[in-house]
Design a protein around this ligand. Structure first.
Ligand code: AMP
Ligand code: MG
Length: 307
């Protein structure tokens, strides 16, 4: 668990509040902000460390890919490839509580930790005036899951956010209660027709419910984001033809850093890099500790599981 230690400001979501939020975002820290669905815990989606701090604050036991929020369709098209069906949905329902999962543009600069290493990205253009003002003023995409500690109910008021995250985040923008109170509808438009990944406020009759091996719910996603190469955990040195990803005092060929937030920020990029290398296998140093380290270990364990 993360020791509650940060002083948490709760301020009105007026112009001064938006300015304050931008300052904190630019410093690489997450801020809680209202959207029309629930309060989100937003961080700069191009800053891997900032996004890793979302996971740290939430105490999430795993790495689900996060939804990236942008101001408009034009900004979304810079991050992902839209086919005609996807564009039609975007034009019909954005701004609003609809998230589209689309092929990701690698060159767009979104941190790998946002998409948990997937070749797809979940994008939404929110309708809430506060989140819109923040996106407009900040000028960069914001990754944001719900602003609650892992396992707690989704927050629809600033007080709910405070109840679970006070001491773990620096700022809550209070914009009153959220209108919808349930999370966005998620639809995948990755080329093979529309598939409903999560039910939500928007009903799209054309989207078939994902089923069987098509499901992309978090559990089923896992095999997709595993590296191709054999992965060995808790390694203190590289074996024959292995590339070692070090942590802390264990150096390795690549290094995750010396602390859990840095390791979380680098994890998916380094796994990609290791997977693309000449080595036959990948070995990873032990990542000891509870909280964020446990989430990293969980991710690695799944990546190492036989498929
Ligand atoms: P939350 O941020 O708590 O609203 O949850 C985000 C949801 O979006 C999770 O259920 C993720 O599994 C899903 N999601 C995010 N990115 C992707 C993706 N690239 N492919 C499929 N599902 C995704
Ligand atoms: Mg959530």
């Amino acid at each position: 668990m993360v020791a509650p230690s940060l002083p948490t400001e709760i301020i009105p979501a007026n112009a001064a509040g938006i300015d304050r939020a931008c300052t904190i975002l630019a410093q690489g820290a997450p801020v809680a902000v209202p959207t029309e669905t629930v309060y989100g815990l937003a961080a700069d989606a191009t800053d891997a460390l900032a996004v890793a701090r979302i996971y740290k604050a939430k105490g999430r036991p795993d790495f689900n890919p996060l939804i990236t929020h942008v101001f408009d369709l034009e900004a979304a098209e810079k991050l992902a490839v839209f086919n005609d069906e996807a564009r039609e949905l975007a034009e019909m329902y954005w701004p609003g509580p609809l998230t589209l999962v689309l092929p990701r543009r690698e060159e767009a600069g979104i941190a790998d930790v946002v998409t948990a290493g997937l070749p797809t990205i979940a994008i939404r253009v929110p309708a809430h005036p506060v989140m819109r003002a923040l996106l407009h003023r900040y000028g960069k995409p914001l990754a944001a899951p719900s602003a609650n500690a892992s396992g707690r109910i989704s927050p629809t008021q600033a007080a709910h956010v405070a109840a679970s995250l006070a001491g773990r985040i620096r700022l809550i923008l209070d914009g009153g209660p959220c209108e919808q109170g349930i999370e966005s509808t998620i639809i995948a438009a990755t080329g093979d027709g529309l598939r409903l990944l999560r039910r939500g406020p928007i009903h799209v009759p054309e989207a078939a419910e994902a089923k069987g091996d098509k499901i992309e719910a978090p559990g089923q996603l896992l095999s997709h984001y595993a590296p191709q190469k054999r992965l060995r955990l808790d390694a203190t040195e590289a074996g024959k033809n292995e590339l070692l990803i070090g942590y802390g005092e264990i150096e390795g060929d690549l290094h995750l850093g010396d602390d859990p937030v840095t390791a979380a920020a680098r994890l998916f990029s380094l796994l990609h890099e290791a997977d693309a290398s000449e080595a036959a296998g990948i070995a990873v140093a032990p990542i000891p500790g509870e909280g964020l380290p446990a989430a990293i270990r969980d991710r690695l364990k799944r990546a190492a599981a036989p498929r």
